[in-house]
Design a binder for this molecule. Structure first.
Ligand code: DHB
Ligand code: FE
Length: 284
């Protein structure tokens, strides 16, 4: 059977991708950001996934304001890199896993979560920056990826509670797929940041670190936090953090197994306008 072995959480700041693409990772400003991923790049070599189920948000790239799916699962064989205005990032195309993705869609929709099925889409920095951070610069991504896009851009956005419950349904779906696959689930976006309006530049270190503490130790209670608190405390784009609850809800302790191991935890301010958070949890 397929198994979820670990969850990975990381911010997806587009300037991080640009720093890698333009060879700036050794500059002091960026070195501090990338140092938080040295462990992770070694870890992911030792714990190579067959498939990454990658929860991210599209930033009005593949989906315009014409169509706004709350939850969208990518069932395609491959995904092109989006042009976000400066040309597509020079990174490999993303190879999907249509069989597993279709199986997950079947199971999760039958569990009453109304997913949008996406057979063609380009993937933006929300998906490619996390891949770059963990896998570095490479000719081909070393695993298959199932993109799972969550609307956190246009209100109404899904609640943390619903995201957490969805994570449980995703684990049930993945672990009923009849093939021996090592699957990781990644929750991306965040941490505190606000890109617009009078509070642009908002960062809240205390709130972010408490979020990390609670994500580890009391995710069920954390999932009850209403979206207004994310926006008030972590800024308008801090709402991206609800996506981390999908990955956390997919860990085995949620249904009774032992608590996960915290393999790595990192927090740094700033990268561009954003507080960077990163964590790896391994299932017991
Ligand atoms: C920034 C962060 C984001 O999450 C994003 O989607 C775009 C920009 C930033 O910090 O600049
Ligand atoms: Fe973002």
């Amino acid at each position: 059977m397929a198994r979820i072995t670990a969850s990975v959480y990381t911010s997806h700041v587009p300037a991080i991708g640009a720093a890698m693409d333009l060879g700036k990772t050794q500059e002091p400003y960026w070195q501090k950001v990338f140092s938080g991923y040295d462990f992770s790049r070694e870890w992911v070599k030792r714990n190579r996934p067959d498939v990454v189920f990658l929860v991210y948000n599209d930033h009005a790239t593949a989906f315009s304001l014409d169509i706004i799916p709350t939850f969208a699962i990518g069932t395609a064989a491959e995904y092109a890199i989006a042009d976000e205005g400066w040309g597509p990032r020079p990174v490999p195309k993303v190879i999907g896993h249509p069989e597993l993705a279709s199986h997950i869609a079947q199971s999760v929709i039958q569990d009453d979560f109304d997913l949008t099925i996406v057979n063609k889409m380009d993937v933006d920095h929300g998906l490619t920056v996390p891949l770059s951070l963990l896998f570095g610069q490479t000719e081909a991504w070393p695993c298959k990826v199932i993109p799972f896009a969550v609307n956190v851009v246009q209100y109404p956005v899904p609640s943390g509670r619903r995201c957490f419950e969805l994570g449980k349904a995703i684990r049930k779906a993945i672990e009923s797929f009849d093939e021996n696959l090592n699957v990781q689930i990644w929750g991306t976006g965040g941490m505190s940041h606000q890109l617009q309006g009078p509070r642009a530049g908002l960062i809240n270190k205390d709130w972010d670190n408490r979020f990390l503490d609670r994500l580890i130790a009391e995710p069920e209670a954390l999932a009850q936090v209403p979206h207004i608190e994310y926006v008030r405390e972590a800024g308008s784009e801090g709402i991206e953090l609800v996506m981390w609850l999908i990955a956390r809800g997919a860990m085995s302790d949620i249904t009774g197994a032992k608590a996960p191991t915290v393999a790595h935890r990192f927090y740094h301010v700033p990268a561009s306008n954003t507080a960077v958070g990163h964590m790896i949890l391994e299932n017991a």
